[in-house]
Design a protein. Structure first.
Lengths: 161, 335
């Protein structure tokens, strides 16, 4: 099983799940984030940052396209909302960042699908129809490393740590 | 002739150059904006900014000098935005500024983008006394700054998630209203009832000058989804009016709290969202009741421009606060 589904009933619960994920990450890991407006993508990134030990506040990178943070590992927080396609993403220097010494998170990853690495952790945030504060969070690995992360996350969450 | 400073601004989307005399008189203010293009693409950057900055900056600088009726030799200093912003974009402006400073043998002045927005207010010929509180609200910022003097400015509040202008853009796009979101929502809101839809105002904990707009954005999305599920027709002007009222109430409440906390005599508004008429009106009315002077630049000086950079640079020039040529762009530069 290379995928995992979880439910979150609040922004803080989303951050807690992402925090656990953040603790498992290594240099070069790439997280592609998917989800409609207001499903908690930046919130998820805030949790990952917390798990990476990033001090201070992580805010939406929509306007500036990329924000860098220093934690246990560097965090590169991209936002493709205003980008027009993979070429724009590459122009930002994405290849260097993605293979760099840090962890990359890309919000609205579907907008730059062609420029994403083969091995990436995909995280989808879905709003449920009748419960507007609940999110279904779906993790899936597209390669060896990202599948290891999904397995690691499953172990951590099942052991209750 | 006064002190002539060339300002250069490339921190995000806009490529801008301007010449300002004595930090007050705008001789020229040129902005190569992508706003028109953005409208066609629904808020999307057609080409990433740094490449465009490289292509556009030299002509923009030449135009700024020509419109001012000046040559490079007339300049006393070059002021440039060092950060915060997008690294690749900042570098273009900084490299150009360094080259000019080196070639012309005049001082290089590094300016913080937020500080620059605040100094747009000093271009209006208004008497501004310290201490003041400044609120910079744009697509990328919701910053509250306390200023004791020109050299003592401190960030005392910021957004914990989305910037106010970003909330406008995202809600506008979600409602299918186009880009940029501020003006469309403002004009639609005039026809709507600001009390039609109850939307949350996140004031955060007691005494906090930070803001949060993410929950408000989500509440708008939830309201639309709920109405659609019930098959109800949504009155977009009511949504726009209710949303705008919530944003303005949050901003004005925080500004009032900041002014009170720091015993400020004036409130300086800046950034693209400061062009919002409803925000201007409410801020003016509420501050007047507290006997606080409000200064707001005209819209052209609210959005990113280089005249504000030159103005901020002037006060650093007076202090002899020059930057070495080894200076680097700083994407996360703080005040």
């Amino acid at each position: 099983m290379y995928s995992l589904e979880l439910r979150s009933d609040s922004p803080e619960a989303t951050r807690t799940i992402a925090d656990k994920l953040g603790r498992l990450l290594e240099a070069g890991d790439v997280i592609a984030l998917y989800g409609d407006l207001g499903t908690g993508k930046t919130c998820f990134a805030q949790g990952v940052a917390r798990g990476l030990g990033v001090p201070g506040n992580v805010t939406s990178p929509t306007f500036v396209l990329l924000r860098e943070y220093a934690g246990r590992l560097p965090l590169y927080h991209f936002d493709a909302y205003r980008l027009n396609g993979p070429e724009d993403f590459t122009e930002l220097g994405s290849e260097e960042y993605l293979s760099g010494p840090g962890v990359s998170i890309i919000e609205w990853a579907e907008r730059v699908a062609g420029a994403l690495p083969d091995d990436r952790l995909e995280v989808e945030l879905l709003r449920l129809d009748r419960e507007e504060n609940t999110r279904l969070i779906r993790f899936s690995g597209t390669g060896e490393r990202s599948r290891t992360i999904v397995e690691g996350l499953r172990r951590v969450l099942c052991s209750g740590n | 002739m006064g002190v002539l400073i060339l300002g250069i601004e490339t921190s995000c989307d806009e490529t801008a150059a301007a010449v300002v005399t004595d930090g007050q008189r705008v001789m020229s203010n040129v902005v190569a904006s992508q706003a028109e293009l953005h409208r066609c693409f629904g808020g999307v950057v057609p080409e990433v900014a740094s490449r465009r900055h490289i292509e556009t900056l030299n002509p923009v600088i030449a135009t700024a000098l020509a419109e001012a009726g000046l040559g490079f030799d007339d300049l006393n200093a070059i002021a440039v935005t060092q950060g915060p912003g997008l690294l690749g974009s900042l570098l273009v402006g900084l490299m150009a500024a360094k080259s000019l400073s080196f070639a012309l043998k005049i001082p290089l002045i590094a300016v913080n983008h937020i500080e620059a927005h605040i100094y747009a207010n000093f271009l209006l010929g208004e008497e501004i006394s310290f201490p003041f509180v400044a609120m910079v609200v744009s697509g990328g910022h919701t910053d509250i700054v306390y200023a004791r003097s020109h050299s003592e400015m401190r960030l005392v509040g910021q957004t914990l998630d989305d910037a106010a202008g970003e909330a406008f853009d995202k809600v506008a796009r979600f409602l299918g209203l186009g880009y940029p979101g501020g003006p469309v929502i403002e004009s639609l809101a005039r026809k709507g009832n600001p009390e039609a839809i109850p939307l949350p105002r996140a004031f955060l904990e007691e005494g906090s000058l930070d803001t949060s707009f993410s929950g408000l954005k989500t509440a708008v999305v939830n309201h639309i989804n709920r109405s659609r599920q019930k098959g109800e027709e949504v009155d977009l002007s009511d949504v726009a009016a209710s949303f705008q009222a919530a944003v303005v109430e949050i901003l004005v409440t925080k500004a009032l709290a900041a002014v009170e906390t720091y015993g400020a005599k004036a409130l300086l508004l800046a950034g693209g969202v400061a062009a919002n008429g409803h925000l201007r009106d409410v801020m003016l009315t509420r501050m007047r009741m507290q006997d606080v002077k409000v200064v707001i630049p005209p819209p052209a000086l609210c959005t990113d421009n280089a005249a504000m950079v030159a103005a901020a640079g002037y006060y650093r020039y007076l202090r002899g606060d020059f930057a070495p040529l080894e200076i680097n762009a700083a994407a996360g530069l703080s005040l």
